[in-house]
Structure formats: C-alpha cells, structure tokens
Design a protein around this ligand. Structure first.
Ligand code: DOR
Ligand code: ZN
Length: 342
C-alpha cells in the first residue's frame, strides 16, 4: 500500500510545556491531530481549574486557525480533594487527572506521596466517571529501573483497581509485556496508551555507538521482547490500546548533559512514525482504530470528521527545530522516515 487515508487522529498523551516553547511545539501537533490530552506537569503544575483554563488559552492561541482542541488535565497532589473533582466535572474542558508518583519523572516532585492521601478524590472520580491517568512506575531507588513498571502494576495498580473497581484508568505509555497482559486481562475500564518510540525502539537504541541522550525517556525503553509485545497489542484491534505520543520536548542542552532529562520529541512526525510501525507489522488496516477511534471512545468524545492521508515516501528529519529561543532534537534527527503526512 502506498497511501492510506484515515479519520483524523487524536494524541491522548502530550507534553507542550509553556511560554515560547509551547508556541514552537503546538503547531507540530495541530497539523496532524484534531485533539490532544495535555499533560499538566509544568514546573508549576496545573492543579486548579483556573490554571488549566489559562494554560488552555495559551495552547489555543498557538494553534490558531487549525481547529485543534486541547483536552486539559489536572495534576494530582496530596492535597487534591473531592471538591476539586466536583469542579472538574463541572468544567467543560478538563477530561482527566494525572497521577505522578512523587519523584517518578520530569516535574513530578509535587506528585502524590501516598495514594491514601487522595482516597476521597479517587472515590469522587470513580463515581463521576473521570479518568485517572497513571505514570506507572514505582519510585523506590532500590528497584531496578527496567522493573519499575512491572513492580508498580503488582504493588500499586492491582490494589488500587481492587479498591476502585469502576474507576476509569489509563496506564500511560506502557513499555512491557506485563503491562500489555495486565491491561488485556483487566476490566473494560482499564486501558493503555502506547508511544511511537516504544513501538520502534528497544533499549539497545539508548547505547548504539555511544550513549544516546535523545533516546532516553521514562519509562525507559525495554528489551526487544517487550517492544514486540507492544506492537502486538497496538496492532491487535483491541480498543484497550490507543495512541499517546508522550512527545516531551526538552532543550538540546538539557538532554545533552551530564544528567540529561527524560523525554523524546516526536510531535513533529508522530503519525509518520506510527504509520511506519504499523506498516512494519503489516497492520496498516489497524492504524485507524488505534489512532482515531479507541481513545475518543474511552474519553466519550465524538469521532473526528476530517481525514488525514499518509504516503509512503522517504524524507529526512531536520537536525533540530526551534524550541522558543533554544532548540529541540526530534527523534531520528538527520535520519529518514518512510512515510510522509500529505
Ligand atoms: O520521558 C518522559 N518525559 N517521561 C515522562 O514521564 C515525562 C516526560 C516529560 O515531561 O519530559
Ligand atoms: Zn508523559
């Protein structure tokens, strides 16, 4: 197949930062996606409806003329209570709350230290049908970094779901066979997003020819068997697995550093990368469900009406792109993509 046309997709997991950086990156997403779930982990996290409203205005102004819709989220802290959840349910534009175990990743320091602190909030979310988005890694430094997702599933997520069996949960950016199995076997209200980079790369890619800071993200890339399990899940046609890029821009100097930040920038060419992953698996017929239907179904959103067309045509990814007054290195910089957005 040389071209494929699908309903315009949604990105159900995206970081756009704020200020000038936001102005640089939002157009990349808006040229492909109709909507995106916007992560709330700014340096000053988005914890209130008023903050989310201001943040949304910034994104709308950066995407002017495209019809792009940001779907906002709030950041759960130890102080998030049932009253905030009620406000969220009354807002028209906040679609979920994000759980960052404190210390798990970028700007997660103000995250939840103990789930007991947010029991009333979780009860309210369960009864109001508001999804909980989960960064699924334990933070215990004694746990091997490659095992942190699996240990989180066993020690945190399994009991959480037992306590709140009707809570809608998205296990974000899954990276392991164990996560695929867990989500597949769980009830209908438990789903997962999968990034393009976890479909296309394994942990060798962090070290090919030297250390590759632009391939470092969290959860970290895993071994090849796990990548294959993710491809199988994404291309299975199961509505439990859908697209979330986790595109996470960091300035070049913050990545190429003695202590480089976690995050891979894929907003530039997300659909090109996903299409390649599905093509490699001979599963282009499954791309539309994964990219355009299942996420919208889960969030109770209408289907998008426009379409996008992808063409099999090689092109070279730029070596860097502007990020405010700095630069960001996109995935595959200077290398090639097999598919192009028409
Ligand atoms: O690689 C990542 N980058 N993983 C995350 O969980 C956060 C993200 C970011 O905000 O940079
Ligand atoms: Zn993320």
């Amino acid at each position: 197949m040389q071209t494929i046309t699908i309903t315009q997709p949604d990105d159900l997991h995206l970081h756009v930062r704020d200020g000038q950086a936001l102005q640089s990156v939002v157009p990349d997403t808006a040229k492909q996606f109709a909507r995106a779930i916007i992560m709330p982990n700014l340096a000053e996290p988005i914890t209130s409806v008023a903050q989310a409203s201001n943040y949304r205005d910034q994104i709308l102004s950066a995407s002017q003329g495209t019809g792009f819709t940001p779907l906002m989220t709030l950041y759960l802290t130890d102080k998030t209570d049932a009253a905030i959840i009620k406000e969220v349910s009354e807002s028209q534009f906040i679609h979920a709350l994000k759980l960052y175990p404190a210390g798990a990743t970028t700007n997660s320091d103000k995250g939840v230290t103990d789930l007991k602190n947010i029991t009333p909030a979780l009860e309210a979310m369960q009864s109001l049908g508001i999804p909980l988005l989960v960064h699924g890694e334990v933070t215990d430094p004694s746990i091997d970094i490659f095992d942190r997702e699996q240990v989180f599933i066993d020690s945190v997520l399994t009991p959480l779901i037992k306590q709140f069996p009707h809570l809608k949960v998205v296990l974000e950016h899954i990276t392991t066979q164990q996560a695929v199995d867990f989500v597949s076997q769980a009830s209908e209200n438990i789903v997962a997003t999968i990034t393009a980079h976890h479909l296309l790369m394994n942990r060798n890619d962090i070290f090919t020819g030297g250390i590759r800071p632009h391939h470092y993200c969290l959860p970290v890339l895993k071994r090849e068997t796990h990548r294959q399990a993710l491809v199988t899940a994404a291309t299975s046609g199961s509505a439990k697995f859908f697209l979330g890029t986790d595109s996470a821009p960091h300035p070049q100097d913050a990545k190429e550093s003695a202590c480089g930040c976690a995050g891979i920038y894929t907003a530039l060419h997300a659909m090109e990368l996903y299409t390649e992953a599905f093509d490699n698996a001979n599963a282009l017929d499954k791309l539309e469900g994964f990219a355009s239907f299942y996420g919208a179904n889960f969030y109770g959103l209408e289907r998008n009406t426009k379409t996008i067309t992808m063409k099999k045509e090689k092109w070279q990814v730029p070596e860097s792109i502007a990020l405010g007054d700095k630069t960001v290195i996109p995935l595959r910089a200077n290398e090639f993509c097999e598919w192009r957005l028409v």
